[in-house]
Design a binder for this molecule. Structure first.
Ligand code: SF4
Ligand SMILES: [Zn+2]
Length: 371
């Protein structure tokens, strides 16, 4: 990747700006980050070396544009047209623009923008639900060839599935906040966005934990050097078709402990086989029911991104469906939460056998004659 910072300095406009790293870095060297100034690199995309070759080359990767400011900042209105000219000239490069001012896009776009330029990705940040609901409808409505989302620093849960369902968002990145005043980021916010991305087939990157990460209700301080590696280790990033969850180390829960935990759940222990279901099992025999369970697991749970995930298991119609709800084998989110099997990957044969066994154990318990 390359970086092009045509100007430097910014104005805070959003909760995500509170601990802005541009401000933090400038303060540490006695500089005022609110003073917006053109940089010496203003015309970097046109700069050539002594051999007459462009300094920025496609081999250098995506050009991250305006990383120490905001491309759509009012203060830069006079300078932006020249930047568009350079972006237009360098169709061999891809420019990635992250903004908290997506609402200004239309008034700031060049006159020949049309239905978007192939070499520009516009990425809107949304650090909380309010910002997501304000900015994402705008982002989706703009004429753009490439759109992405960044939830960084994530400051709360963000439901974004309905925006992802448009199929217009190419990638979602989430992460925590760094720095000494960092606000906490919670694992459950990240995991929920991840699940939404998996359901909608959108690539997801958990980039870094931030300095204060809450995991299973416990707060951890994470050193700067560990924030990216820790996020990578979680295995939560999701690339459709890459089956990356397979790389995560986890253990299927012992069946006895699982049964106890399920028994403590009012929701799960509510499920029982009906008279009709019991009769079905008696007539077909356990071997047939086991085969049905294996087929249902293979078809409705095992794919990397099952159809209708979260709603694929009916509440009646087959004893296996009831058993799936009772044992939290109903969807990939429940498999992840209760059985530690990461969503977003194909279930291995071993995992399918485990899920099938959990289901049939429960049915056998339900149909066993009372002692
Ligand atoms: S918009 Fe970005 S660069 Fe500007 S103050 Fe906010 S966080 Fe910093
Ligand atoms: Zn479920």
């Amino acid at each position: 990747m390359s970086v092009w910072n045509p100007w430097h300095g910014c104005r805070k406009i959003s909760p995500g700006c509170a601990n802005c790293y541009v401000y933090r870095r400038d303060e540490s060297i006695g500089k005022d980050a609110s003073a917006v100034t053109k940089t010496g690199d203003f015309d970097l995309p046109l700069k050539k070396d002594r051999k007459g070759k462009y300094k920025l080359t496609p081999e250098g990767g995506t050009v991250f544009t305006c990383m120490t400011s905001d491309f759509f900042l009012d203060e830069a209105d006079a300078w932006r047209p020249a930047c568009w000219d350079m972006i237009r000239a360098r169709t061999d490069l891809h420019f990635f623009i992250i903004t908290k001012r997506i609402g200004r896009f239309r008034e700031c776009a060049p006159p020949d923008w049309g239905d978007g330029w192939d070499n520009v990705t516009v990425c809107s940040t949304c650090e909380d639900q309010t910002r997501a609901d304000l900015r994402l409808p705008v982002l989706l409505d703009l004429p753009l060839k490439h759109r992405e989302l960044i939830g960084e620093p994530m400051l709360g849960p963000v439901e974004m599935e309905k925006y992802l369902a448009t199929g217009l968002i190419e990638h979602v990145t989430c992460g925590g906040e760094s720095g000494p005043k960092a606000r906490p980021c919670e694992d459950k916010w990240i995991r929920e966005v991840r699940r939404e991305c998996i359901r909608q087939g959108v690539p997801f990157t958990f980039k870094q934990t931030g300095a204060v990460f809450v995991m299973d209700g416990r707060t951890y301080r994470i050193e700067r050097k560990d924030q990216i590696p820790q996020a990578r280790k979680s295995g939560w990033s999701y690339v459709p078709g890459e089956n990356s969850g397979a790389a995560v180390v986890y253990r299927l829960p012992p069946r006895e402990a699982l049964r106890e935990a399920l028994g403590r759940s009012a929701f799960r222990s509510r499920f029982h086989l009906s008279e009709e279901d019991r009769k079905y099992v008696a007539e077909k025999g356990m071997e047939t029911v086991r085969r049905h369970a294996a087929e249902i697991v293979a078809k409705r749970l095992a794919p990397e991104n099952p159809d209708n995930d979260g709603k694929q298991t009916p509440m009646k119609g087959h004893p296996v469906f009831i058993a799936q709800h009772a044992t939290a084998c109903c969807c990939r989110a429940c498999l992840e939460k209760w059985h530690h099997i990461p969503a977003g990957k194909v279930l291995t044969e071993e995992e399918q056998a485990y899920v099938t066994a959990v289901i049939t154990d429960w049915i056998e318990g339900e149909t066993a004659p009372a002692p």
